[in-house]
Design a protein around this ligand. Structure first.
Ligand SMILES: Nc1ncnc2c1ncn2[C@@H]1O[C@H](COP(=O)(O)OP(=O)(O)OP(=O)(O)O)[C@@H](O)[C@H]1O
Length: 600
């Protein structure tokens, strides 16, 4: 079957391509566990900024929060617990001192450390972004209101309580920095040039301008409604080498401080150990560590520990300078918990008082976006695997093939990505490569073409035109650089042409499809005989999970209203269907991280 002239229409409206799935909750293809219960709204879960609520509904198109968003919001904002003496101490901040224009504002929310754990695609990014944006916009609104009612000169700038930034978000690499910016931009207000004050080089600003909805191109004239982000590059010696900080009014410049800095531990780490920079760390209220298990392992941990040390040192100033303690938010889809040196053990040791939000679906062998059991194919040669892949890609999905679908093909090295990509193209199958040695510009272009593709499963019947082959591509061949965090809506299948070799990477790879509550993903995994030990563990856990699901369904349908709810819950809390056993295969995991580090 030919891959040309048969693609269905790709909507050219950026609005449609960037708005997250506005799920029809009655659709069988949706995962019921994705959303919070139907009575929970963004309003009822506690979002107070009306500006933010408007953006959540109208810019992002989100109707209601996901489970992880509702639970994280409560924990991050301390709505789920009564205040303790400790919190009161944190709240005991001399607000007037912090706000230069003397405006009173609501006392800062207690800052509890929080660990957010839920499977891939469950909406964890907004689980930390929404509370953060809410507190920033609330503070700005309060300052603006106080300023409006005071006698201060109207030209006095509107200043929040921070000079450098309100929060820093750390992710492993540039790809994920861009991913966070892309997700956060619609919540910022204003044009992308207003909200992303420093894009860190490359053409990210242009790319976002081209792909964000038209409604996002409106200038914002009210600074209290604008959230400003910046990407901090590596190689800085001093915080003031970073232009957005240098330009901040609080630091002698003429602009309002940036609100959120998005960067990597490698870029921030070198600043953390110098005592003279303690002021910056004291100024920043929230530190988000996304993909926490990756950053707390292997080659990343040293830089991250430096960062944590910088914040710890700054927290010691708390009593002297009345600075609120830093809130740490750790976010992960996988938190290996086997052994004393596991990431989970590390977090429990270093942050024993952190509130842990962990959904039941975390570490399930098969994530809820996969609509059918994983297809496992043992094959010993590259040639055999490639032939089988081509055969799958040329067979319509109705006959169990992948023709017309939106597919990510994972292999384990840059060379293999190039080899598979070329072989597919030679056979007339459109594909793009994605790995660290593709130039950043081409990588971004390839990702965008893949993002824009609409599979035959996604296309609506009334859209008869074809995907434009110069602007879209159905297949992306990639290394693990694309396995984490990357959110490409509508991926219908993940093929591991080479097995990832460790369960963490396996879960992240499979999690690239069937995201956002869409139960439309499909997994096909090729493996070699020498990998059967690990494969067997994962397969067995998947089978257990399926059995557990069946048991639950039966249990639900037979459920006697008088049944003790504890009895019923016991069935669901048994730790079967999890891949925990496979976490102990740590060697593969660490090696993989090192490789990713070299690539990223
Ligand atoms: N409340 C919501 N309603 C509908 N879609 C949502 C909602 N929240 C998030 N999404 C969408 O769900 C998708 C997955 O979100 P996100 O990338 O934050 O997941 P994640 O849990 O961080 O995944 P990963 O662990 O793979 O990084 C995104 O396309 C996002 O826009």
């Amino acid at each position: 079957m030919s891959w040309t002239n048969t693609r269905r229409f790709l909507s050219s409206s950026a609005e449609e391509t960037t708005t997250p799935n506005q799920n029809d909750n009655n659709n069988d293809n949706n995962d019921d566990s994705f959303f919070a219960e139907s009575t929970t709204s963004f309003e009822s879960m506690g979002v107070q900024s009306s500006v933010l609520l408007d953006r959540i509904h109208n810019q992002l198109g989100l109707q209601r929060p996901t489970q992880i968003q509702a639970r994280s919001f409560a924990a991050i904002r301390g709505l789920d617990q009564k205040p303790t003496d400790d919190d009161n101490q944190d709240d005991n901040v001399d607000v007037e001192n912090l706000v230069d224009n003397g405006a009173a504002q609501p006392p800062p929310a207690p800052r509890r450390d929080v660990t957010i754990g839920a499977e891939t695609g469950s909406g964890k990014s907004y689980a930390y972004l929404i509370p953060l944006f809410d507190s920033i916009l609330q503070e700005k609104a309060a300052v603006a209101a106080a300023k409006a009612s005071s006698t201060t000169d109207a030209s006095t700038p509107l200043l929040p309580s921070y000079d450098y930034a309100r929060a820093i978000i750390l992710v492993p690499n540039k790809e994920l920095v861009h991913q966070v910016v892309r997700m956060a931009a619609p919540l910022c207000g204003g044009t992308i040039r207003q909200s992303l004050v420093w894009g860190g080089g490359g053409n990210l600003i242009e790319q976002l301008e081209a792909t964000l909805p038209a409604s996002h191109h409106k200038e914002e004239t009210d600074p209290s409604r604008l959230v400003r982000m910046a990407i901090m590059p590596g190689g800085l010696n001093d915080p003031l080498d970073f232009k957005p900080f240098r330009d901040s009014v609080g630091l002698g410049g003429k602009d309002a401080p940036v609100d959120i800095v998005i960067t990597t531990p490698a870029a921030l780490g070198p600043l953390a150990l110098k005592p003279k920079h303690v002021g910056m760390f004291a100024d920043i209220g929230t530190l988000v560590i996304d993909e926490a298990d990756m950053l707390l392992d292997g080659g990343y941990i040293r830089a991250l520990e430096n960062v944590l040390m910088g914040f710890r040192r700054a927290d010691k100033l708390q009593t002297d300078l009345a600075v609120a303690k830093t809130q740490h938010i750790f976010c992960a889809a996988t938190l290996p918990d086997t052994g004393l040196k596991s990431v989970d053990a590390y977090l429990q040791r270093k942050f024993p008082f952190a509130t842990r939000i962990q959904l039941d679906n975390m570490h399930n062998a098969k994530h809820s976006g996969l609509s059918q059991p994983t297809q496992w194919i043992q094959s010993e040669t590259k040639r055999e695997r490639l032939d089988k892949l081509v055969q799958l890609l040329e067979t319509p999905s109705i006959n169990d093939g992948l023709y017309g679908e939106k597919v990510m093909v994972f292999v384990n090295s840059v060379e293999d990505v190039d080899g598979v990509h070329q072989a597919l193209v030679q056979r007339g199958i459109p594909a793009v490569p994605y790995h660290a040695k593709v130039s950043p510009q081409d990588r971004a272009k390839n990702l965008e073409r893949f993002r824009q593709y609409k599979s035959s499963l996604q296309s609506l019947d009334n859209k008869e035109e074809e995907n434009d082959p110069s602007a879209t591509v159905p297949i992306m061949v990639c290394t693990d650089l694309a396995s984490r965090g990357l959110d490409v809506p509508g991926v219908t299948a993940v093929v591991q042409l080479q097995f990832s070799g460790n369960v963490v990477s396996h879960l992240h790879r499979m999690g690239r499809c069937g995201r956002a509550g869409q139960r439309t993903g499909r997994g096909i995994v090729f493996y070699e005989e020498r990998e059967t030990d690990l494969v067997d563990v994962v397969r067995e856990a998947e089978e257990q999970q399926e059995r557990m699901k069946l048991e639950q369904d039966v249990d639900e349908s037979n459920r006697d209203d008088d049944m003790d709810s504890g009895e019923a819950d016991a069935v669901t809390t048994v730790e079967i269907g999890k891949v925990k056993k496979a976490f102990s295969r740590k060697r593969g995991f660490t090696k993989k991280r090192k490789k990713l580090m070299r690539e990223g």
